[in-house]
Design a protein around this ligand. Structure first.
Ligand code: MN
Length: 319
């Protein structure tokens, strides 16, 4: 892994930057990209933010969100790319990045060192904390706009400071952001109390098929559920957490049908089992407490394969 100084040097020595993150961006992806764009500009660089799937509804109020581009990228217009929160270029689902000098900043413990410069710190609770470290190392002052984006990122990536990995460092970072002008109440209201109604209708459908068994819970939404709720892909974000918040449940799986017999699987754990390892078995990845992957097959066989792995992991870690 490279040092923070090497990251700053790499940025200083090139002028025109793409800043991007993974497809189906979450709050950390959006907030870290927006903050990083502002920080690079404060370093005197040209910087443009790209997200292949655009900015989800609940993050559109963040400063600069309306200037995020969808791609494809014209590599001749840039000298490098900062990739946040990705274990490969492929995760961005953006075309045009291949030839560019690349800097990877990530906090996933499954992250590979695929870029020219790699700064991966799995102890950080959000990628935004690492973006902040870069700003400090480059002596960039944190404006209220940067603070707002980076705070929204850590707020959402820690599940409002609840998930495993949240520690005093996380609160110290959040405090810095509030001191720099982030308004925690306004940000929380925009992110958590501004859901489209379709998301709540979809949640109702998911909860109506919730199942629990010996420490594991699971639920699913079908294409028909999506249609009946008027829901979009981004309405699925976070639904998985509802099935984890049950007494005695250690891990949960959320299955979403994306097309006939194609599923997105989200896994969550309270900490006893490592769900990143399970997602990796199916070609995905993530954190020990939050991971995801894609699978093919009828729902019954897809869910049976995932639940078998969860049961196995629970047995191995039985107290
Ligand atoms: Mn993250």
């Amino acid at each position: 892994m490279n040092s923070l100084a090497e990251v700053v040097n790499a940025v200083q020595s090139r002028q025109r930057w793409v800043v991007t993150s993974h497809a189906r961006p979450d709050g950390d992806a959006v907030g870290s990209v927006l903050g990083c764009v502002q920080i690079l500009r404060a370093m005197g660089k040209l910087a443009d933010g790209y997200l292949g799937d655009g900015v989800p509804f609940i993050y559109r109020h963040l400063p600069g969100a309306d200037a995020i581009r969808l791609g494809p990228i014209d590599a001749s217009q840039y000298d490098g790319v900062v990739i946040l929160e990705c274990d490969s270029l492929y995760r961005t689902r953006l075309k045009g990045l291949d030839g560019l000098f690349s800097v990877s900043i990530d906090h996933h413990n499954t992250s590979a060192e695929y870029a020219d410069v790699n700064y991966v710190v799995s102890s950080a609770a959000s990628a935004s904390e690492l973006v902040y470290r870069m700003a400090k190392a480059a002596a960039v002052g944190i404006t209220p706009e940067i603070a707002t984006s980076l705070y929204a990122a850590v707020l959402t990536d820690t599940g409002s400071f609840c998930y495993t990995g949240t520690n005093e460092q996380t609160f110290a970072f959040a405090r810095e952001m509030v001191l720099a002008g982030a308004d925690p109440v306004a940000i929380a209201q925009q992110v958590y109390f501004s859901n489209p109604a379709s998301k709540m209708h979809l949640l109702g459908r998911a909860l109506s098929n919730l199942q629990c068994e010996d420490g594991i819970s699971w639920m699913h939404v079908s294409e028909a559920d999506m249609l009946a709720s008027g829901a979009t892909e981004q309405d699925c974000e976070g639904l998985v957490n509802w099935a984890l918040g049950i007494h005695g449940i250690e891990a949960t799986a959320f299955f979403r049908e994306t097309a006939g017999c194609q599923f997105r699987v989200s896994l969550r754990s309270k900490g006893r089992i490592d769900v990143a390892r399970i997602a990796e078995l199916f070609g995905g990845g993530g954190h020990s407490c939050a991971s995801g992957h894609a699978m093919e097959g009828p729902y019954d066989s897809v869910s049976a394969r995932v639940l078998a792995e969860l049961r196995h992991a629970l047995q191995l870690t039985a107290p």
